[in-house]
Write a protein that binds this ligand. Sequence first.
Ligand code: DAH
Length: 366
Amino acid sequence: MNGPAADAGLDTLLADIDAARSQGLAAIAAASTADELSQTESGLFGRKSVLGRIKQGFGSLPAEMRATAGRALNEAQQELRTAHADAADEFAAAARRTQLQQEWLDLTETPPGPGRGHLHLVTQTTERLEDVFVGMGFTVSEGPQAETDWYNFEALNLPAAHPARSMWDTLYLDLGERTELGDGEGGEASSVVLRTHTSPVQIRVMESGAPPIYTICPGRVFRRDTADASHMPVFHQIEGLVVDRGISFADLAGTLEEFTSAYFGKAISSRLRPSYFPFTEPSAEFDITCVICGGAGCQTCQRTGWIELGGCGMVHPNVLANCDIDFEEWTGFAFGFGIDRLALMRHGIDDLRDMYTNDIRFLSQF
Ligand code: DAH
């Protein structure tokens, strides 16, 4: 079938294909959801679609016409497939965006109001103290909370049955016959205690490294005490230890004064009173100006104008010898005071127990 009639037939066919192509593209563009888009599929690509039916009629066409019309039909179909796939991709991407929008979590989110936690006052105080001493050139050391008799007492110049042991109401651990903690130079397996002070960390530091030593040891300590306004069976201390050549009592006094003004401010000063501790000679008690009354005298300081913070002194030669340090060559000072008491002083709190009853209304003030 050649000639004008055939040409007219081909033109009509090509116009039909083009119309189906335009309608298909319009149907794809009109779909506003993924579901609507998939409903267009059989109308675009199925056997009964307009293009499908045109294709089925190809069998009766002359070969030349079939080739031209076939190319046009393939192109139209390809164009529709591409447009359909693009639209499907767009719907999938939009769905994903919606899902992400619904499911995102802001991990940096700060809930409004009082829901935000912070470090406990004792932890804050410990960190401040560490900052002050690190600023003065000290390192920070730690030791175990369960200690052998050797570290807690004996190496600190407190041999068994020394009367001064009664200065500490000690909690003993029942671990059976032997301990895994090691006994330093004590030889025999001895009893294990919950450390009554941070002073045993001094021994561990001196055993593990040679002088010069400038360190502080903050930590939890335990005593067999009944809780009251100024005592808790579990509390915190900070120990200080300096061992170097030519260290004198003046270095101790100067360091404590320096610490006091760095921590409490220039208005508060410190004083030392003669005292006794088996691990220091001479020994002293360390007082600061009462922060409540500024030194004038009040109920908190029992009208003395001073508050006792802890003990200190020159490290006893026996203690240095117990750690294999030559006390002819090296001298040192040490101090130890209560962190909880320091926090109490700084914030004018009058009952130590408030720090540990975990009443959030109290704790959130600091
Ligand atoms: N460990 C003592 C106590 O808990 C405090 C103390 C006194 C520590 C004198 C020292 C010191 O380092 O030299 O009561």
